[in-house]
Ligand binder design. Structure first.
Ligand code: DC
Length: 221
């Protein structure tokens, strides 16, 4: 079978990663979470005490950073300077660092090059903000997920609570989502946009199973 790619873009909490995992399982293709890559860059800045908005310092960091995306038993692991940091990139602090650092072209160039290299070897579903618009403009299928910010905050909170994390209130999660929405969609470098050839799915009032069905029916059409 031919190698093909599926791009899933959308704002934080729109259900991209759950959906991409489902697609990967159903279709038997690999899944690349590109947000995890920007999160790892954010973590690197945090560890090195560098502001994620300081372009000059971040450029130096990018030169020395040794980042590897490993797939172990089908699961993506982020290896930073030889250390598996997969479990360290989902904190609210790293989320903010990731959002800030991902606005810098020097970071995006490095990540996008890696993403293209990874995705060309076999069939992949990728999720992110700029997959259909920038990373893989020729992806065979492109989807753009949306949902109200209230709904997305609700889901994010549920996800955190299910992981045993009760450190944030609904208001804090909502504020964080709104901060990232504004930042991700107004930045100059590859902002979050829906491209004309992407199929939009509003996930506000449908379950993840229904979203997956809608997506697969488009792929099978
Ligand atoms: O999807 P996520 O929340 O894990 O992404 C973390 C941050 O990385 C998010 O604030 C936006 C950024 N990002 C990006 O700019 N481009 C991508 N392709 C994926 C994520």
């Amino acid at each position: 079978m031919d190698i093909y790619q599926i791009a899933i873009d959308g704002p934080a909490g729109s259900g991209k990663s759950t959906l991409a995992k489902g697609v990967s399982k159903k279709l038997g293709i690999m899944y690349l979470d590109t947000g995890a890559m920007y999160r790892t860059c954010g973590l690197y800045a945090l560890k090195n005490d560098v502001s994620p908005k300081d372009e000059e310092q971040v450029a130096k960091l990018m030169e020395k950073m040794v980042l590897e995306v490993a797939f172990i038993d089908g699961n993506q692991h982020m290896i930073l300077d030889g250390e598996d940091v997969t479990g360290m990139i989902r904190t609210p602090e790293v989320s903010r660092y990731a959002s800030d650092i991902s606005a810098l072209p020097v970071v995006r160039k490095k990540m996008v090059d890696m993403q293209r290299e990874i995705a060309k070897a076999q069939s992949f579903v990728l999720d992110g903000r700029d997959i259909g618009s920038n990373v893989l403009p020729n992806a065979k299928y492109k989807f753009f997920l949306t949902a109200s910010s209230a709904k997305r905050a609700e889901r994010r909170l549920k996800e955190l609570n299910e992981r045993g994390d009760f450190s944030q209130s609904y208001e804090e999660v909502l504020k964080d989502i709104e901060y990232r929405d504004l930042q991700d969609s107004t930045r100059a470098a590859a902002p979050l946009v829906k491209v004309d050839d992407a199929i939009e799915i509003d996930t506000s009032d449908i379950t993840i199973e229904e979203t997956l069905e809608a997506l697969l029916s488009k792929v099978n059409e």
